[in-house]
Design a protein around this ligand. Structure first.
Ligand code: DX5
Ligand code: ZN
Length: 216
C-alpha cells in the first residue's frame, strides 16, 4: 500500500481558508487532517462545527477528524454529520473505549484511536480488531509546530508487530513534527499515514512539499 499524506488544516491561514483548501485539493494529498481541541483535554482551543462544515463544503478529499476533547461520545453523530470520514478519539479521553469505537462505526465513519506520547501501544490490544486507524502522537497534542518525540519510531514498530500478530491492519498514522527529514524513517517503521502541518504550510511551496512527502 502506498502511504497517505494528510495536511493539518490547523496550520492553514484561516483568513485564506478557501485558498488553502484549494491548494490541498490540487495537491497529491490524500486526506484533510482536521484538529478539534476543547481547551480541556489539551491546553488550546481550535474550532468547531461551523468551520468543519465550511471545510467539508470545499474539500474534495476525505476529512480525517482528530478529536482532542473530553467526553467525545457526546458529539460522535454531530462530527459524522459534519463530514468526518475518519473520526479519531483519544485513548486517554475515553472511559469506555470499546463502546465509543462501536458508536463511531454505527455512525458510519472509520474509527480511529490516538495515543499520547506516554501511552504504550499494548494498551490497545483488547480493542485492536475494532480499530480502523491508530494515530501515534509524536508530540504532546495541543499545538502545531512542536518538535518530534523520538520514541515514536519504536511505538510504530510495536504497533506494526501487533497488527501482524493479530492479522488486522489498521492505518498507522503519525501526527506531530513530521518533516522531510524524518518521514522516510517513519514509513520504514510502519507508518502509512503522515500528518503534516507546519512542514507543509510554512514551506515556500506547500504543494511541492506535499508531493515530496509522497515520494518514497
Ligand atoms: C497537534 C495536532 C497536529 C498538528 C500537527 O496537537 O494534532 O495534527 O496540527 O502539526 P505539526 O505537523 O506542525 O506538528
Ligand atoms: Zn492531529
Amino acid at each position: 500500500m502506498t502511504h497517505k499524506v494528510a495536511p493539518s488544516v490547523l496550520s492553514a491561514d484561516f483568513g485564506n481558508l478557501d485558498r488553502d483548501i484549494e491548494m490541498i485539493n490540487n495537491s497529491e494529498a490524500d486526506w484533510f487532517h482536521v484538529d478539534i481541541m476543547d481547551g480541556v483535554f489539551v491546553p488550546n482551543i481550535s474550532f468547531g462545527f461551523p468551520v468543519i462544515k465550511a471545510i467539508k463544503k470545499k474539500a474534495q478529499k476525505p476529512l480525517d477528524v482528530h478529536l482532542m476533547i473530553v467526553e467525545p461520545d457526546r458529539y460522535i453523530n454531530q462530527f459524522v454529520d459534519a463530514g468526518a470520514e475518519v473520526l479519531t478519539v483519544h485513548y486517554e479521553a475515553c472511559t469506555h473505549l470499546h463502546r465509543t469505537l462501536g458508536a463511531i462505526k454505527d455512525a458510519g465513519a472509520m474509527a480511529g484511536v490516538a495515543i499520547n506520547p506516554h501511552t504504550p501501544a499494548h494498551l490497545l490490544n483488547d480493542v485492536f480488531e475494532m480499530i480502523d486507524l491508530i494515530t501515534v502522537m509524536s508530540v504532546n497534542p495541543g499545538f502545531g509546530g512542536q518538535s518530534f518525540i523520538e520514541n515514536t519510531y519504536e511505538k510504530l514498530v510495536q504497533l506494526k508487530n501487533i497488527s501482524e500478530r493479530k492479522n488486522h491492519r489498521p492505518y498507522l498514522e503519525v501526527d506531530g513534527g513530521v518533516s522531510l527529514e524524518n518521514y522516510k524513517k517513519l514509513l520504514e517503521c510502519g507508518a502509512n499515514v503522515l500528518v503534516a502541518g507546519n512542514t507543509v504550510f510554512s514551506s515556500e511551496s506547500p504543494e511541492s512539499t506535499i508531493l515530496a512527502l509522497k515520494q518514497y
